[in-house]
Design a protein around this ligand. Sequence first.
Ligand SMILES: [Ca+2]
Ligand SMILES: [Ca+2]
Length: 281
Amino acid sequence: MKTMIKKTIASLMAMATVTTCASALVSAEEANAIDISYKTLEESIVANDGTTIPAGAVAVDVSISGNTGMSGTALEFSVDSKLVKDSNGMAVVDSGNVFGRAATSGAQNGNKVVISEAAGEMSNADGTLFTFYLEESSDVSIVDVKISVVTEEDINQAIDTYSTRALATYIVGDADGDRRIAVEDAVIVLGAIAKAGGTILPVSEANNNLSYYFPEANMPFAEVVDGNDDGYIMNPYDSQGNVLEEYSDPQQILTYYAQTAAALTYNVEGWYIGEEVRYRI
Ligand SMILES: [Ca+2]
Ligand SMILES: [Ca+2]
């Protein structure tokens, strides 16, 4: 994915549309020129996903001219106002004529917004990439705009990569290989530690006897359950009952499960539970 343009648009007034003859002229001469225009909705409209966008909201169109061919985009920017969200709390993003009904996603965290769009095939069309909506505002300021596009070259590179190297992925902590972190993963890891004496199982030892330590697991090697990559798979307690929780791989698997089941983010320093790892077969 390439960054095509980076520009700052300061203090755009929501009452006017920004598209001008001048920008159109520049776009005609430039390959993959991105333009951002916006207007205040006089009447409510219904977005592609069914969300009602109320009158007074600001519709922001991101468009392209001189399109040399792309199959996806990502836009980052900062804005003072709030994007209109759907019932799941995700920003509403309508795909435009460049891709038709492409997959879109928008997230806002404070002032920072990231919008992404992906289509199944390449498009050379000019026009609107996507439209997003800002809540009613008399003054809109969109700054630090950065847009990236996925080109055919990017896709071909990816295909080359996959065609010349055999790769697979795993999720750190997913002992049974079902792509989820759940209580059973911690159970499997604790069973392996028990076979090693109950406190600590070195990853190298586990790999030398993988089917002994993890007979019920579906994993290519024991690093999968070494959640902090320290070379050891550790119980939450040692044989004297001392707490080793902060070093314990199965403990962190349980923490991950509890946090995410409660819709909280798992973010423990030094741990990679839940992260996907790609490896060569
Ligand atoms: Ca699992
Ligand atoms: Ca570990």
